[in-house]
Design a protein around this ligand. Sequence first.
Ligand code: ARG
Length: 548
Amino acid sequence: MNLEKLLHDRLAPALEAAAGTPVDPAVRVSPHADFQSGAPLALARTLGRPPREIAAEVAGRVQLGGLAEITVSGPGFLNLTVSDDLIAVSLDALGGDDRLGIPPVARPERIVVDYSGPNVAKEMHVGHLRSTVIGDALARTLEWQGHEVLRVNHLGDWGTPFGMLIEQLIAEGAGAEHSLGDLTAFYRRARAAFDADEEFRTRARLRVVALQAGDAATQALWRRLVQRSEQAFLAVYDRLGVTLGPADFAGESSYADDLPGVVADLDAQGLLVESDGALCAFPAGFTGRDGSPIPLIVRKGDGGFGYAATDLAALRHRVRDLRATELLYVVGAPQRIHFRMVFAVARAAGWLPETVRAEHIGFGSVLGADGRMLKSRSGETIRLADLLDEAVSRASAPEIGLAAIKYADLSGDRRGDYVFDVDRMLAATGNTGPYLQYAYARIRSLRARAATAPGPIRIVHPAERALGLALLGLGPAVRGAAASREPHRIASYLHELAATFSAFYERCPVLRAADDETRASRLSLADRTARTLHLGMCLLGIPTPDEI
Ligand code: ARG
Protein backbone atom coordinates (compact mmCIF):
# COMPACT_ATOMS: atom_id res chain seq x y z
CA MET A 1 0.00 0.00 0.00
CA ASN A 2 1.14 3.51 -0.79
CA LEU A 3 1.03 5.39 2.50
CA GLU A 4 1.48 8.83 0.90
CA LYS A 5 -1.47 8.17 -1.36
CA LEU A 6 -3.60 6.87 1.46
CA LEU A 7 -2.91 9.93 3.63
CA HIS A 8 -3.32 12.16 0.58
CA ASP A 9 -6.78 10.74 -0.07
CA ARG A 10 -7.81 11.27 3.55
CA LEU A 11 -6.48 14.81 3.78
CA ALA A 12 -7.84 16.02 0.44
CA PRO A 13 -11.54 16.32 1.48
CA ALA A 14 -10.65 18.08 4.74
CA LEU A 15 -8.41 20.56 2.93
CA GLU A 16 -11.03 21.14 0.28
CA ALA A 17 -13.64 21.86 2.94
CA ALA A 18 -11.34 24.37 4.63
CA ALA A 19 -10.27 26.07 1.38
CA GLY A 20 -13.51 25.89 -0.58
CA THR A 21 -11.59 24.49 -3.53
CA PRO A 22 -9.54 21.30 -4.21
CA VAL A 23 -6.03 21.50 -2.77
CA ASP A 24 -3.06 19.14 -3.21
CA PRO A 25 -2.18 17.87 0.29
CA ALA A 26 1.44 17.32 -0.88
CA VAL A 27 2.17 14.59 1.66
CA ARG A 28 5.89 13.94 2.02
CA VAL A 29 8.13 11.77 4.14
CA SER A 30 9.43 13.93 6.94
CA PRO A 31 12.15 13.73 9.57
CA HIS A 32 9.77 15.37 12.08
CA ALA A 33 6.99 12.79 11.89
CA ASP A 34 6.43 9.90 9.53
CA PHE A 35 4.85 12.22 6.97
CA GLN A 36 4.12 15.88 6.70
CA SER A 37 1.89 18.21 4.70
CA GLY A 38 2.70 21.87 4.20
CA ALA A 39 -0.58 22.60 2.42
CA PRO A 40 -1.94 24.96 5.14
CA LEU A 41 1.13 27.19 4.68
CA ALA A 42 0.55 27.40 0.95
CA LEU A 43 -3.16 28.13 1.53
CA ALA A 44 -2.61 30.91 4.07
CA ARG A 45 -1.89 33.52 1.41
CA THR A 46 -4.91 32.74 -0.76
CA LEU A 47 -7.29 32.45 2.18
CA GLY A 48 -5.84 35.35 4.11
CA ARG A 49 -5.88 33.30 7.31
CA PRO A 50 -3.08 32.30 9.68
CA PRO A 51 -1.64 28.94 8.57
CA ARG A 52 -1.83 27.40 12.04
CA GLU A 53 -5.53 28.16 12.15
CA ILE A 54 -6.09 26.44 8.80
CA ALA A 55 -3.97 23.49 9.94
CA ALA A 56 -6.01 23.17 13.13
CA GLU A 57 -9.25 23.24 11.16
CA VAL A 58 -8.00 20.53 8.77
CA ALA A 59 -6.71 18.41 11.67
CA GLY A 60 -10.16 18.70 13.25
CA ARG A 61 -12.03 17.75 10.09
CA VAL A 62 -9.87 14.95 8.70
CA GLN A 63 -11.23 11.42 9.04
CA LEU A 64 -8.21 9.22 9.64
CA GLY A 65 -10.10 6.29 11.10
CA GLY A 66 -7.24 5.33 13.40
CA LEU A 67 -4.77 4.98 10.50
CA ALA A 68 -2.65 7.85 11.69
CA GLU A 69 -2.37 10.60 14.27
CA ILE A 70 -2.31 14.19 13.14
CA THR A 71 -0.84 17.22 14.91
CA VAL A 72 -0.20 20.83 13.96
CA SER A 73 3.46 21.76 14.14
CA GLY A 74 5.70 24.78 13.59
CA PRO A 75 4.25 27.59 11.55
CA GLY A 76 1.38 25.42 10.27
CA PHE A 77 2.56 22.01 9.14
CA LEU A 78 0.43 18.94 9.57
CA ASN A 79 2.47 16.10 11.04
CA LEU A 80 1.21 12.60 10.45
CA THR A 81 2.28 9.56 12.44
CA VAL A 82 0.90 6.36 10.98
CA SER A 83 -0.28 3.59 13.27
CA ASP A 84 1.80 0.49 13.83
CA ASP A 85 -1.13 -1.54 12.57
CA LEU A 86 -1.23 0.34 9.29
CA ILE A 87 2.45 -0.40 8.76
CA ALA A 88 1.95 -4.07 9.58
CA VAL A 89 -1.11 -4.44 7.36
CA SER A 90 0.62 -2.65 4.47
CA LEU A 91 3.63 -4.95 4.75
CA ASP A 92 1.53 -8.08 5.02
CA ALA A 93 -0.21 -7.07 1.80
CA LEU A 94 3.16 -7.23 -0.02
CA GLY A 95 3.59 -10.88 0.89
CA GLY A 96 2.51 -12.39 -2.38
CA ASP A 97 3.12 -9.41 -4.64
CA ASP A 98 6.01 -9.51 -7.10
CA ARG A 99 5.76 -5.77 -7.58
CA LEU A 100 5.92 -5.10 -3.84
CA GLY A 101 2.79 -3.00 -3.89
CA ILE A 102 3.86 -0.69 -6.69
CA PRO A 103 1.40 -0.72 -9.60
CA PRO A 104 2.56 -0.13 -13.18
CA VAL A 105 2.15 3.45 -14.42
CA ALA A 106 -1.36 4.35 -15.54
CA ARG A 107 -0.22 5.96 -18.79
CA PRO A 108 2.78 4.19 -20.25
CA GLU A 109 5.02 6.22 -22.53
CA ARG A 110 7.06 4.87 -25.40
CA ILE A 111 10.56 5.92 -24.42
CA VAL A 112 13.67 5.73 -26.57
CA VAL A 113 16.73 5.46 -24.36
CA ASP A 114 19.84 6.27 -26.41
CA TYR A 115 22.85 5.01 -24.47
CA SER A 116 26.32 3.52 -24.65
CA GLY A 117 27.00 4.76 -28.22
CA PRO A 118 30.64 3.65 -28.54
CA ASN A 119 32.64 4.20 -31.70
CA VAL A 120 33.69 1.50 -34.17
CA ALA A 121 37.33 0.47 -34.22
CA LYS A 122 37.87 2.19 -30.93
CA GLU A 123 37.88 0.31 -27.72
CA MET A 124 35.17 1.50 -25.30
CA HIS A 125 36.67 3.81 -22.75
CA VAL A 126 35.58 4.79 -19.30
CA GLY A 127 33.39 7.64 -20.62
CA HIS A 128 31.26 5.05 -22.38
CA LEU A 129 31.02 3.11 -19.12
CA ARG A 130 28.96 5.86 -17.53
CA SER A 131 26.54 6.12 -20.43
CA THR A 132 26.19 2.34 -20.54
CA VAL A 133 25.65 1.84 -16.82
CA ILE A 134 23.40 4.87 -16.20
CA GLY A 135 21.42 4.28 -19.39
CA ASP A 136 20.88 0.64 -18.52
CA ALA A 137 19.65 1.47 -15.01
CA LEU A 138 17.21 4.01 -16.44
CA ALA A 139 16.00 1.62 -19.13
CA ARG A 140 15.44 -1.13 -16.55
CA THR A 141 13.65 1.22 -14.15
CA LEU A 142 11.36 2.80 -16.74
CA GLU A 143 10.55 -0.59 -18.19
CA TRP A 144 9.73 -1.97 -14.78
CA GLN A 145 7.43 0.98 -14.18
CA GLY A 146 5.45 -0.22 -17.17
CA HIS A 147 6.73 2.08 -19.90
CA GLU A 148 7.63 0.73 -23.28
CA VAL A 149 11.38 1.19 -23.57
CA LEU A 150 13.23 1.12 -26.88
CA ARG A 151 16.95 0.76 -26.28
CA VAL A 152 19.02 2.41 -28.98
CA ASN A 153 22.76 2.08 -29.30
CA HIS A 154 23.81 4.98 -31.54
CA LEU A 155 27.05 3.37 -32.66
CA GLY A 156 29.64 5.68 -34.24
CA ASP A 157 30.04 3.66 -37.43
CA TRP A 158 30.15 6.30 -40.15
CA GLY A 159 32.07 9.34 -41.30
CA THR A 160 35.58 10.36 -42.30
CA PRO A 161 37.64 8.09 -40.01
CA PHE A 162 36.44 5.07 -41.96
CA GLY A 163 38.41 6.07 -45.05
CA MET A 164 41.56 5.86 -42.98
CA LEU A 165 40.55 2.65 -41.22
CA ILE A 166 39.61 0.82 -44.38
CA GLU A 167 42.85 1.90 -46.09
CA GLN A 168 44.77 0.58 -43.10
CA LEU A 169 42.91 -2.71 -43.28
CA ILE A 170 43.88 -2.98 -46.96
CA ALA A 171 47.49 -2.05 -46.20
CA GLU A 172 47.76 -4.77 -43.58
CA GLY A 173 46.36 -7.33 -46.02
CA ALA A 174 42.61 -7.27 -45.83
CA GLY A 175 42.52 -10.97 -45.09
CA ALA A 176 44.58 -10.59 -41.94
CA GLU A 177 41.99 -11.22 -39.25
CA HIS A 178 44.55 -10.62 -36.50
CA SER A 179 44.73 -6.94 -37.44
CA LEU A 180 41.49 -6.35 -35.64
CA GLY A 181 42.30 -8.36 -32.53
CA ASP A 182 43.33 -5.24 -30.69
CA LEU A 183 41.13 -2.49 -32.06
CA THR A 184 42.79 0.34 -30.20
CA ALA A 185 46.21 -0.60 -31.57
CA PHE A 186 44.73 -0.95 -35.03
CA TYR A 187 43.16 2.50 -34.77
CA ARG A 188 46.51 3.96 -33.70
CA ARG A 189 48.35 2.39 -36.62
CA ALA A 190 45.76 3.82 -39.00
CA ARG A 191 46.05 7.23 -37.38
CA ALA A 192 49.85 7.13 -37.60
CA ALA A 193 49.77 6.19 -41.28
CA PHE A 194 47.25 8.95 -41.94
CA ASP A 195 49.35 11.58 -40.20
CA ALA A 196 52.61 10.50 -41.80
CA ASP A 197 51.72 9.86 -45.40
CA GLU A 198 50.19 12.31 -47.87
CA GLU A 199 49.30 9.55 -50.34
CA PHE A 200 47.59 7.55 -47.62
CA ARG A 201 45.52 10.61 -46.77
CA THR A 202 44.43 10.99 -50.40
CA ARG A 203 43.48 7.31 -50.60
CA ALA A 204 41.58 7.60 -47.33
CA ARG A 205 39.60 10.54 -48.66
CA LEU A 206 38.70 8.71 -51.86
CA ARG A 207 37.80 5.67 -49.79
CA VAL A 208 35.20 7.66 -47.83
CA VAL A 209 33.65 8.76 -51.11
CA ALA A 210 33.58 5.13 -52.32
CA LEU A 211 32.04 4.00 -49.04
CA GLN A 212 29.32 6.61 -49.15
CA ALA A 213 28.67 5.91 -52.84
CA GLY A 214 28.01 2.28 -51.93
CA ASP A 215 31.06 0.64 -53.57
CA ALA A 216 30.63 -3.06 -52.82
CA ALA A 217 34.24 -3.98 -51.99
CA THR A 218 34.62 -0.95 -49.72
CA GLN A 219 31.38 -1.70 -47.96
CA ALA A 220 32.43 -5.28 -47.33
CA LEU A 221 35.60 -4.09 -45.57
CA TRP A 222 33.62 -1.52 -43.62
CA ARG A 223 31.16 -4.18 -42.53
CA ARG A 224 34.01 -6.31 -41.20
CA LEU A 225 35.23 -3.44 -39.08
CA VAL A 226 31.74 -2.79 -37.76
CA GLN A 227 31.03 -6.43 -37.00
CA ARG A 228 34.31 -6.95 -35.23
CA SER A 229 33.62 -3.90 -33.07
CA GLU A 230 30.07 -4.91 -32.34
CA GLN A 231 31.33 -8.26 -31.08
CA ALA A 232 33.77 -6.54 -28.77
CA PHE A 233 31.07 -4.23 -27.40
CA LEU A 234 28.63 -7.07 -26.90
CA ALA A 235 31.28 -8.93 -24.92
CA VAL A 236 31.63 -5.94 -22.60
CA TYR A 237 27.84 -5.66 -22.18
CA ASP A 238 27.68 -9.33 -21.40
CA ARG A 239 30.41 -9.03 -18.84
CA LEU A 240 28.72 -6.05 -17.20
CA GLY A 241 25.25 -7.58 -17.28
CA VAL A 242 23.98 -4.75 -19.44
CA THR A 243 20.69 -5.34 -21.27
CA LEU A 244 21.89 -4.05 -24.66
CA GLY A 245 21.80 -6.71 -27.36
CA PRO A 246 22.68 -7.07 -31.06
CA ALA A 247 19.22 -5.86 -32.10
CA ASP A 248 19.69 -2.53 -30.32
CA PHE A 249 22.51 -1.28 -32.55
CA ALA A 250 21.25 1.54 -34.71
CA GLY A 251 24.51 3.00 -35.93
CA GLU A 252 24.98 6.40 -37.47
CA SER A 253 25.22 4.66 -40.86
CA SER A 254 21.58 3.59 -40.62
CA TYR A 255 20.53 7.22 -41.12
CA ALA A 256 22.90 7.90 -44.03
CA ASP A 257 20.18 7.71 -46.66
CA ASP A 258 17.99 10.17 -44.75
CA LEU A 259 20.58 12.94 -44.52
CA PRO A 260 19.94 14.66 -47.89
CA GLY A 261 16.23 14.69 -47.03
CA VAL A 262 16.92 16.22 -43.62
CA VAL A 263 18.87 19.04 -45.27
CA ALA A 264 16.24 19.53 -47.99
CA ASP A 265 13.41 19.69 -45.46
CA LEU A 266 15.20 22.18 -43.20
CA ASP A 267 16.16 24.24 -46.23
CA ALA A 268 12.59 24.27 -47.56
CA GLN A 269 11.46 25.60 -44.20
CA GLY A 270 14.00 28.39 -44.40
CA LEU A 271 15.92 27.10 -41.38
CA LEU A 272 19.35 26.91 -43.02
CA VAL A 273 21.89 29.60 -43.70
CA GLU A 274 25.05 29.23 -45.76
CA SER A 275 28.14 30.07 -43.80
CA ASP A 276 31.65 29.53 -45.24
CA GLY A 277 30.20 27.01 -47.69
CA ALA A 278 28.54 24.98 -44.91
CA LEU A 279 24.79 24.80 -44.36
CA CYS A 280 23.99 25.76 -40.80
CA ALA A 281 20.99 26.21 -38.57
CA PHE A 282 21.06 29.05 -36.04
CA PRO A 283 18.42 28.14 -33.46
CA ALA A 284 17.36 31.10 -31.32
CA GLY A 285 19.04 31.58 -27.96
CA PHE A 286 22.42 29.98 -28.62
CA THR A 287 25.23 32.50 -28.59
CA GLY A 288 28.94 32.23 -28.00
CA ARG A 289 30.91 34.23 -25.45
CA ASP A 290 31.16 37.18 -27.82
CA GLY A 291 27.38 37.20 -28.26
CA SER A 292 27.43 35.92 -31.84
CA PRO A 293 25.03 33.08 -32.72
CA ILE A 294 26.48 29.54 -32.67
CA PRO A 295 25.81 27.41 -35.77
CA LEU A 296 24.64 23.83 -35.81
CA ILE A 297 26.45 22.55 -38.89
CA VAL A 298 24.06 20.38 -40.85
CA ARG A 299 26.08 19.98 -44.04
CA LYS A 300 29.79 20.64 -44.09
CA GLY A 301 31.58 22.77 -46.66
CA ASP A 302 32.80 19.65 -48.50
CA GLY A 303 29.22 18.39 -48.86
CA GLY A 304 29.61 15.76 -46.13
CA PHE A 305 27.23 15.35 -43.22
CA GLY A 306 28.34 15.35 -39.63
CA TYR A 307 27.26 14.26 -36.17
CA ALA A 308 24.49 16.89 -35.94
CA ALA A 309 22.81 15.94 -39.21
CA THR A 310 22.78 12.31 -38.12
CA ASP A 311 21.25 13.17 -34.77
CA LEU A 312 18.55 15.23 -36.51
CA ALA A 313 17.75 12.30 -38.79
CA ALA A 314 17.73 9.89 -35.86
CA LEU A 315 15.43 12.13 -33.84
CA ARG A 316 13.00 12.50 -36.73
CA HIS A 317 12.99 8.71 -37.19
CA ARG A 318 12.38 8.06 -33.49
CA VAL A 319 9.36 10.37 -33.36
CA ARG A 320 7.89 9.81 -36.82
CA ASP A 321 8.55 6.10 -37.38
CA LEU A 322 9.12 4.62 -33.92
CA ARG A 323 6.35 6.85 -32.49
CA ALA A 324 8.28 7.56 -29.34
CA THR A 325 6.67 9.92 -26.83
CA GLU A 326 9.89 10.53 -24.89
CA LEU A 327 13.48 10.66 -26.08
CA LEU A 328 16.32 10.26 -23.62
CA TYR A 329 19.97 10.70 -24.57
CA VAL A 330 22.39 9.43 -21.96
CA VAL A 331 25.55 11.20 -23.08
CA GLY A 332 28.33 13.05 -21.24
CA ALA A 333 27.91 16.65 -20.12
CA PRO A 334 30.18 18.13 -22.85
CA GLN A 335 27.50 17.34 -25.45
CA ARG A 336 24.85 19.38 -23.65
CA ILE A 337 24.80 22.27 -26.11
CA HIS A 338 24.81 19.86 -29.06
CA PHE A 339 21.61 18.21 -27.84
CA ARG A 340 19.91 21.44 -26.87
CA MET A 341 20.58 22.75 -30.36
CA VAL A 342 19.42 19.55 -32.05
CA PHE A 343 16.19 19.66 -30.03
CA ALA A 344 15.65 23.33 -30.84
CA VAL A 345 16.15 22.79 -34.57
CA ALA A 346 13.89 19.72 -34.52
CA ARG A 347 11.18 21.69 -32.70
CA ALA A 348 11.44 24.51 -35.23
CA ALA A 349 11.21 21.99 -38.08
CA GLY A 350 8.08 20.42 -36.61
CA TRP A 351 9.76 17.04 -36.05
CA LEU A 352 9.52 17.27 -32.30
CA PRO A 353 5.95 18.17 -31.32
CA GLU A 354 5.26 19.71 -27.92
CA THR A 355 3.73 16.40 -26.81
CA VAL A 356 7.09 14.63 -27.13
CA ARG A 357 9.74 15.21 -24.49
CA ALA A 358 13.39 15.19 -25.45
CA GLU A 359 16.00 15.20 -22.70
CA HIS A 360 19.74 15.07 -22.56
CA ILE A 361 20.67 12.98 -19.53
CA GLY A 362 24.15 14.37 -18.95
CA PHE A 363 26.80 13.06 -16.59
CA GLY A 364 30.18 14.09 -15.23
CA SER A 365 33.62 12.61 -15.78
CA VAL A 366 35.50 9.74 -14.21
CA LEU A 367 38.66 11.04 -12.60
CA GLY A 368 41.94 9.45 -11.56
CA ALA A 369 43.34 9.57 -8.02
CA ASP A 370 44.98 12.88 -8.92
CA GLY A 371 41.57 14.45 -9.52
CA ARG A 372 42.17 14.76 -13.26
CA MET A 373 40.59 12.92 -16.18
CA LEU A 374 41.48 9.25 -15.90
CA LYS A 375 44.63 8.57 -17.93
CA SER A 376 47.24 5.84 -17.90
CA ARG A 377 50.82 6.67 -16.83
CA SER A 378 51.83 7.27 -20.40
CA GLY A 379 48.95 9.73 -20.74
CA GLU A 380 46.69 7.57 -22.85
CA THR A 381 43.01 6.97 -22.26
CA ILE A 382 42.50 3.87 -20.18
CA ARG A 383 40.64 1.03 -21.79
CA LEU A 384 37.42 0.05 -20.11
CA ALA A 385 38.35 -3.62 -20.27
CA ASP A 386 41.53 -2.94 -18.25
CA LEU A 387 39.58 -1.15 -15.54
CA LEU A 388 37.14 -4.03 -15.32
CA ASP A 389 40.03 -6.51 -15.13
CA GLU A 390 41.57 -4.56 -12.29
CA ALA A 391 38.38 -4.52 -10.22
CA VAL A 392 37.75 -8.20 -10.89
CA SER A 393 41.28 -9.25 -9.96
CA ARG A 394 41.02 -7.45 -6.63
CA ALA A 395 37.53 -8.63 -5.76
CA SER A 396 36.69 -11.95 -4.15
CA ALA A 397 34.53 -12.87 -7.19
CA PRO A 398 33.98 -11.31 -10.66
CA GLU A 399 30.34 -10.67 -9.83
CA ILE A 400 31.41 -8.56 -6.87
CA GLY A 401 34.06 -6.59 -8.73
CA LEU A 402 31.90 -5.69 -11.72
CA ALA A 403 28.94 -4.81 -9.54
CA ALA A 404 31.21 -2.62 -7.43
CA ILE A 405 32.21 -0.58 -10.48
CA LYS A 406 28.64 -0.22 -11.66
CA TYR A 407 27.33 0.67 -8.24
CA ALA A 408 30.03 3.30 -7.71
CA ASP A 409 28.94 4.89 -10.95
CA LEU A 410 25.27 4.82 -10.03
CA SER A 411 25.43 5.81 -6.38
CA GLY A 412 26.40 9.45 -6.85
CA ASP A 413 24.43 12.19 -8.58
CA ARG A 414 25.14 11.50 -12.25
CA ARG A 415 25.93 15.17 -12.93
CA GLY A 416 28.98 15.06 -10.69
CA ASP A 417 32.48 13.75 -11.41
CA TYR A 418 33.85 10.88 -9.36
CA VAL A 419 37.23 9.40 -8.65
CA PHE A 420 37.84 5.87 -9.90
CA ASP A 421 39.09 4.25 -6.71
CA VAL A 422 38.85 0.47 -6.75
CA ASP A 423 39.56 0.12 -3.04
CA ARG A 424 36.69 2.39 -2.11
CA MET A 425 34.38 0.71 -4.63
CA LEU A 426 35.16 -2.73 -3.21
CA ALA A 427 34.84 -1.74 0.45
CA ALA A 428 32.46 -3.97 2.40
CA THR A 429 31.13 -0.98 4.34
CA GLY A 430 29.71 2.32 3.19
CA ASN A 431 27.49 3.04 0.22
CA THR A 432 29.04 0.37 -2.02
CA GLY A 433 27.90 -2.51 -4.18
CA PRO A 434 29.58 -5.17 -2.02
CA TYR A 435 27.92 -3.74 1.12
CA LEU A 436 24.51 -4.23 -0.45
CA GLN A 437 25.38 -7.66 -1.83
CA TYR A 438 26.62 -8.84 1.56
CA ALA A 439 23.58 -7.39 3.29
CA TYR A 440 21.31 -9.16 0.86
CA ALA A 441 23.05 -12.53 1.19
CA ARG A 442 23.07 -12.29 4.99
CA ILE A 443 19.35 -11.53 5.15
CA ARG A 444 18.60 -14.35 2.73
CA SER A 445 20.54 -16.78 4.88
CA LEU A 446 18.25 -16.04 7.84
CA ARG A 447 15.39 -17.66 6.06
CA ALA A 448 17.43 -20.72 5.24
CA ARG A 449 18.58 -21.10 8.84
CA ALA A 450 15.14 -20.57 10.37
CA ALA A 451 13.34 -23.64 11.65
CA THR A 452 9.95 -21.94 11.37
CA ALA A 453 8.13 -20.13 8.60
CA PRO A 454 7.53 -16.37 8.32
CA GLY A 455 4.15 -15.21 9.58
CA PRO A 456 1.99 -12.12 10.09
CA ILE A 457 3.89 -8.93 10.81
CA ARG A 458 3.46 -7.27 14.18
CA ILE A 459 5.12 -3.94 14.87
CA VAL A 460 6.14 -3.72 18.50
CA HIS A 461 9.71 -2.47 18.75
CA PRO A 462 10.72 1.00 17.43
CA ALA A 463 13.37 -0.67 15.25
CA GLU A 464 10.67 -2.82 13.65
CA ARG A 465 8.64 0.30 13.03
CA ALA A 466 11.59 2.11 11.43
CA LEU A 467 12.30 -0.88 9.19
CA GLY A 468 8.63 -1.18 8.24
CA LEU A 469 8.44 2.46 7.20
CA ALA A 470 11.69 2.17 5.26
CA LEU A 471 10.32 -0.83 3.37
CA LEU A 472 7.25 1.15 2.39
CA GLY A 473 9.50 3.86 0.90
CA LEU A 474 10.46 1.85 -2.19
CA GLY A 475 7.64 3.23 -4.34
CA PRO A 476 8.44 6.91 -3.78
CA ALA A 477 12.15 6.20 -4.30
CA VAL A 478 11.58 4.48 -7.64
CA ARG A 479 9.12 7.11 -8.81
CA GLY A 480 11.50 9.89 -7.81
CA ALA A 481 14.45 8.23 -9.54
CA ALA A 482 12.48 7.64 -12.74
CA ALA A 483 11.01 11.14 -12.87
CA SER A 484 14.33 12.89 -12.35
CA ARG A 485 16.31 10.25 -14.27
CA GLU A 486 18.50 9.81 -11.19
CA PRO A 487 19.39 6.20 -10.44
CA HIS A 488 21.34 7.36 -7.38
CA ARG A 489 18.04 7.92 -5.62
CA ILE A 490 17.40 4.18 -5.77
CA ALA A 491 20.95 3.50 -4.61
CA SER A 492 20.59 5.87 -1.62
CA TYR A 493 17.28 4.29 -0.75
CA LEU A 494 18.76 0.78 -0.81
CA HIS A 495 21.77 1.76 1.23
CA GLU A 496 19.52 3.41 3.81
CA LEU A 497 17.26 0.37 3.88
CA ALA A 498 20.19 -2.01 4.43
CA ALA A 499 21.45 0.22 7.26
CA THR A 500 17.97 0.34 8.82
CA PHE A 501 17.86 -3.44 8.64
CA SER A 502 21.22 -3.73 10.45
CA ALA A 503 19.95 -1.45 13.20
CA PHE A 504 16.84 -3.60 13.49
CA TYR A 505 18.88 -6.80 13.51
CA GLU A 506 21.11 -5.52 16.29
CA ARG A 507 18.16 -4.74 18.53
CA CYS A 508 15.64 -7.36 17.50
CA PRO A 509 16.85 -10.97 17.44
CA VAL A 510 15.22 -12.85 14.61
CA LEU A 511 16.15 -16.53 14.88
CA ARG A 512 16.41 -16.23 18.64
CA ALA A 513 13.27 -14.17 19.10
CA ALA A 514 11.49 -14.64 22.44
CA ASP A 515 8.45 -16.39 21.02
CA ASP A 516 7.22 -18.01 17.81
CA GLU A 517 4.96 -15.13 16.79
CA THR A 518 7.72 -12.58 17.11
CA ARG A 519 10.12 -14.83 15.18
CA ALA A 520 7.55 -15.34 12.41
CA SER A 521 6.92 -11.59 12.19
CA ARG A 522 10.62 -10.74 12.10
CA LEU A 523 11.27 -13.40 9.48
CA SER A 524 8.61 -11.70 7.37
CA LEU A 525 10.29 -8.34 7.88
CA ALA A 526 13.57 -9.92 6.80
CA ASP A 527 11.85 -11.46 3.79
CA ARG A 528 10.37 -8.11 2.71
CA THR A 529 13.77 -6.49 3.15
CA ALA A 530 15.50 -9.11 0.99
CA ARG A 531 12.88 -8.80 -1.72
CA THR A 532 13.01 -5.02 -1.66
CA LEU A 533 16.81 -5.06 -1.95
CA HIS A 534 16.57 -7.61 -4.73
CA LEU A 535 14.10 -5.56 -6.72
CA GLY A 536 15.97 -2.29 -6.25
CA MET A 537 19.29 -3.86 -7.18
CA CYS A 538 17.72 -5.42 -10.30
CA LEU A 539 16.57 -1.96 -11.35
CA LEU A 540 20.16 -0.76 -11.05
CA GLY A 541 21.54 -3.84 -12.78
CA ILE A 542 23.43 -5.05 -9.70
CA PRO A 543 23.34 -8.84 -9.29
CA THR A 544 22.19 -10.32 -5.99
CA PRO A 545 24.04 -13.58 -5.38
CA ASP A 546 22.41 -15.61 -2.59
CA GLU A 547 25.78 -16.56 -1.24
CA ILE A 548 29.06 -14.71 -1.23
N1 ARG B 1 29.37 8.06 -30.30
C1 ARG B 1 29.15 9.22 -29.48
C2 ARG B 1 30.38 9.48 -28.63
O1 ARG B 1 31.20 8.61 -28.40
C3 ARG B 1 27.96 9.06 -28.55
C4 ARG B 1 26.62 8.92 -29.23
C5 ARG B 1 25.52 9.45 -28.39
N2 ARG B 1 24.23 9.39 -29.01
C6 ARG B 1 23.77 10.26 -29.91
N3 ARG B 1 22.56 10.09 -30.39
N4 ARG B 1 24.53 11.24 -30.34
O2 ARG B 1 30.55 10.61 -28.18
